[in-house]
Design a protein around this ligand. Structure first.
Ligand code: SAM
Length: 214
């Protein structure tokens, strides 16, 4: 774990010119320390669980790189009283890291098998503040809105309008977006009191695509 934390610290310093922050907050680093990543990767990859890399989790999907999980979590500025929506449960690792910050976590996964595996695991690890459902996260989770923060862990071409609608005033949406010029960029969208949004591009990234028929 210490090697992984050092790798995350190094990535934070190396990317400071993009992100504007040379470190990940202590709360988020502590949250990462409390989540056993080896539980969220396939058995054959468990020896790689504490390396700072994405890993395959089946169905052509991945568990994200720990530095990116840390950065996106930090950018959300989660507080214990928050309600957070995640699009793309995958292995459930990002949801567990968010749950360690004591907020109430709602997560949507489009592949039923992945959602079922994540539900079993998060129940076994007693994350009672994580609520999962199967569906197309492009539409958000209107019944549970509004959310103080929304994180999307697959890349979209555009900012999903329903997600902005489901953000509370002052809330933050953290997501990767395709760039018209090619490549992807991690973006933070802040919803203002008048309902308008302010966008900040943070870092070039690489994510699997957001799928679905939206
Ligand atoms: N957050 C995950 C974790 O911690 O393991 C990693 C997610 S993986 C990079 C992206 C996930 O988004 C995949 O599990 C994929 O099936 C899911 N996904 C793709 N499109 C989706 C959609 N429209 N709605 C919900 N989930 C979606």
């Amino acid at each position: 774990m210490e090697r992984l934390l050092n790798a995350i610290r190094t990535d934070a310093r190396v990317t400071e010119s993009y992100t504007g922050q040379a470190e990940i907050s202590a709360q988020v680093m502590d949250a990462l320390c409390r989540v056993p990543r080896e539980e969220f990767v396939p058995d054959e990859a468990s020896h790689l669980a504490y390396q700072n890399h994405p890993l395959p989790i089946g169905h052509g999907q991945t568990i994200s790189q720990p530095f990116i999980v840390a950065l996106m979590t930090d950018l959300l500025e989660v507080r214990p009283e928050h309600r957070i929506l995640e699009i793309g449960t995958g292995s459930g690792y990002q949801a567990a890291v968010l749950a360690e910050l004591e907020a109430e976590i709602y997560s949507i996964e489009i592949i039923p098998d992945l959602a079922a595996t994540a539900t079993t695991l998060l129940d076994r690890l007693e994350y009672t503040n994580v609520h999962l459902t199967v569906g197309d996260g492009w539409h958000g989770w209107a019944e549970e809105a509004p959310f103080n923060g929304i994180i999307v862990t697959a890349v979209a071409e555009d900012i999903p309008p329903r997600l902005v609608e489901q953000l509370s005033s002052g809330g933050r949406l953290v997501l990767p977006l395709d760039q018209p010029s090619g490549g992807q960029v991690l973006v933070v969208v802040e919803k203002q009191a008048d309902g308008s949004t302010r966008r900040r591009d943070v870092l070039p990234v690489q994510f699997v695509p957001l799928t679905g028929d939206h």
